[in-house]
Design a protein around this ligand. Structure first.
Ligand SMILES: [Zn+2]
Length: 194
């Protein structure tokens, strides 16, 4: 979706913008005054991890669950685990850090590297009470990604990378089209008071 057609969390609104007006995530490196959206800046990512800050807006995350956007492979793995009644554990570390629920819902729709243009069309809108057989089947069928909440995360800063591991899945919002998350984002912003 066009970034200006998606309501922006206040903390994202406060981010620096690129030439088109796109908000630039906290962990995005800048080169020659231009953000490099496809890359992750080591120092910025390490700083976010150590400070328990959101990788999108850069502000502190409260104690409790954190969220991230997962791609199709991990989405399918989560769906399989849920369908089998097994706890899902993200044992393979990822370089993608956690964030606020609103920030990750926003990123799932707006970030060109997450929103997956050309995604398959199909039944929309995963239910918010996503840990149900109905949604698990839906996710396994055609989801291109998901916003997932986790009770805990751990991280390691190496010389080259910052690695994250997520534990205790608490929310799973798979989508086939990025705009399926729009209602969920609006509700989240209402809850947070804008
Ligand atoms: Zn945030």
């Amino acid at each position: 979706m066009r970034f200006d057609s998606v309501p922006m969390p206040a903390a994202v609104e406060a981010r620096p913008r690129d030439g088109r007006g796109y908000p630039v995530p906290a962990i995005t490196p800048w080169e020659g005054g231009e953000p490099r959206f496809a890359l992750t800046d080591h120092a910025r990512s390490a700083e976010c991890a150590r400070g328990r800050c959101c990788s999108v807006c850069g502000r502190a995350m409260p104690p409790g669950a954190v969220w991230r956007v997962v791609g199709p492979a991990e989405c399918a793995a989560i769906a399989d685990a849920l369908a089998a009644g097994l706890p899902y554990r993200n044992l393979a570390p990822t370089t993608e850090g956690p964030g606020h629920r609103a920030c990750m819902l926003y990123a799932s729709m707006v970030c060109p590297y997450l929103a997956l243009p050309g995604a398959r069309r199909g039944q929309s809108a995963a239910a918010p009470d996503a840990l149900t057989a109905h949604v698990v089947r839906g996710a396994a069928r055609g989801a291109v990604g998901a916003v997932a909440g986790f009770g805990e995360f751990e991280y390691a800063v190496t010389g080259e990378r910052v690695l994250f591991r997520f534990l205790d899945l608490v929310e799973f919002l798979p989508y086939e089209r990025a705009e399926a998350q729009l209602a969920e984002l609006r509700a989240e912003l209402d809850r947070a008071g804008g």
